[in-house]
Design a protein around this ligand. Structure first.
Ligand code: AMP
Ligand code: TRP
Length: 326
């Protein structure tokens, strides 16, 4: 069985773009992989966080994961900072990475450009990510395309250490999530739906109320032509709504075009509200059950124990290879 590992930052506001583009695939993967899903809270503190909000977000994300169908009996869900091996291994990997390669990371360049003075952790962020992955002898890392460079770096560091110190790490492969379901912003279908947009109606978050979902969809940007057909360049708004409709209902876009060939945008949008609510409301119900439950805390505790067991073995091996410790 292949070992699968992925990390997600505990930032709230998970939207349907994240859900369709990434999370649903995590759920599918748990059926035939040995999956470990980590809430990477130590990556979050590379930029300042409010401690109370961070704690809340960690538990929110964990509960949401379980609510969408990640099953702690089938996969391991845990919080990064609960397993000390991540930070420990990161140090060792840092001593085997170069400032030159780290300064080429585009995510670092983007995130540091608005900071008067960038924290060192923002610079070494990709090395902590490499540690997350290598700590668990990971075969496959499902991530968004934007993480390609970090996966390459992880492979480079692993190979470098294997060459110098002997076989130490499994060299992982990235599994880049399908671009097919790239969901665009509802207010501006030429840009990706994102957590950071100031306009809350640009996105649908998984925990949005039916009323908010309705408002966001009904006021979404379309065009003046009035016909419902897929044409991403000429009709990006309607095309995006068709993509969302299709992803949520499992129906083909061509079939939706036929069904709505004589309908107006208003009627189409109304049906889309129903389709989205039908999937999100049960998720929200489960979320509200799981979030305050002992079940959630137990799952995270069990997950951390399972992760710790694997991490401990890897750290022993790594220290032995490097001649560290007793
Ligand atoms: P982020 O938190 O923005 O890095 O996104 C987490 C995951 O969701 C990544 O794997 C992305 O590929 C995916 N994702 C984010 N935004 C979208 C979007 N608008 N459409 C599809 N997938 C997305
Ligand atoms: N850097 C990833 C992101 O921003 C999150 C992450 C941290 C991660 N550690 C990881 C992803 C390990 C996959 C594997 O999305």
């Amino acid at each position: 069985m292949k070992r699968v590992f992925s990390g997600v930052q505990p930032t709230g506001n998970i939207h349907i773009g994240n859900y369709l583009g990434a999370l649903k695939q995590f759920v599918e993967l748990q059926e035939d992989g040995d999956c470990i899903y980590c809430i990477v809270d130590m990556h979050s503190i590379t930029l300042p966080q409010d401690p109370k909000e961070l704690k809340t977000s960690i538990l929110d994300v964990a509960a949401l994961y379980m609510a969408i169908g990640l099953d702690p009996n089938k996969c391991t869900i845990f919080i990064q900072s609960d397993v000390s091996g991540h930070a420990e291994l990161a140090w060792i990997l840092m001593c085997n990475s170069y400032t030159g390669e780290l300064s080429r990371m585009t995510q670092f360049k983007q995130k540091s450009k608005d900071e008067a003075s960038a924290p060192a952790g923002l610079f070494t962020y990709p090395v902590l990510m490499a540690a997350d992955i290598l700590l668990y002898d990971t075969d496959i890392v499902p991530v968004g395309n934007d993480q390609k460079q970090h996966i390459e770096l992880t492979r480079d560091i692993a190979q470098r250490i294997n060459n110098t110190y002997g076989e130490t790490f499994v060299v992982p492969d990235g599994r880049f999530l399908k671009e097919g379901a790239r969901i665009m912003a509802l207010d501006d279908p030429t840009v990706k739906m994102s957590k950071s947009s100031k306009n809350i109606h640009s996105r649908i978050s998984l925990l949005d109320s039916p009323n908010k979902i309705k408002k966001s969809i009904m006021r979404s940007t379309t065009d003046s032509e009035g016909s419902i057909r897929f044409d991403a360049s000429e009709k990006p708004g309607i095309s995006n709504l068709l993509t969302i409709y299709s992803a949520f209902s499992g129906r083909r876009i061509e079939d939706l075009e036929t069904e709505y060939s004589s309908a107006g945008y208003g009627a189409f949008k109304k049906d889309l509200v129903d389709v989205v609510c039908e999937e999100l409301l049960p998720i929200q119900e489960r979320f509200h059950e799981i979030r305050p439950s002992q079940e959630l805390l137990n799952a995270l505790k069990d997950g951390a124990e399972r992760a710790e067991n694997i991490a401990e073995k890897t750290m022993k091996r790594v220290k032995m290879r490097f001649g560290l410790g007793l």
